[in-house]
Design a protein. Structure first.
Length: 102
């Protein structure tokens, strides 16, 4: 990926504005030009929302440098005791300050 070694923001179940603040804090205060936003499963839409809010409302100089999507097969146990295979999608979005390549 284009953002090797960049700090990560992992998206979970908290409100989207918490992640917007985490992305902005990472980019502005940690002295880095890049950040990777990661999410899995149902949280992918929250990751996309957070990135778009950062880009359109707060920091217009932020660009999407790379997007990586993937899917993993996970073995899960059903309540009946059977093992089932599930696919879980994931996304990694690399953000970079415009004009400041690392």
């Amino acid at each position: 990926m284009a953002c090797e070694g960049a700090p990560e923001v992992r998206i979970g179940r908290k409100p989207v504005m918490n992640y917007v603040l985490a992305i902005l804090t990472t980019l502005m205060e940690q002295g880095t030009n890049q950040v990777v936003v990661k999410a899995r499963g149902r949280n992918i839409n929250r990751a996309v929302d957070a990135v778009e809010i950062v880009r359109k409302r707060f920091a217009k100089n932020i660009e999407i440098k790379d997007i990586k999507i993937d899917s993993q097969e996970i073995e899960v146990q059903t309540p009946e005791g059977q093992t089932r295979t599930r696919r879980v999608s994931s996304i990694e979005i690399c953000l970079e300050k415009a004009g400041e390549s690392a």
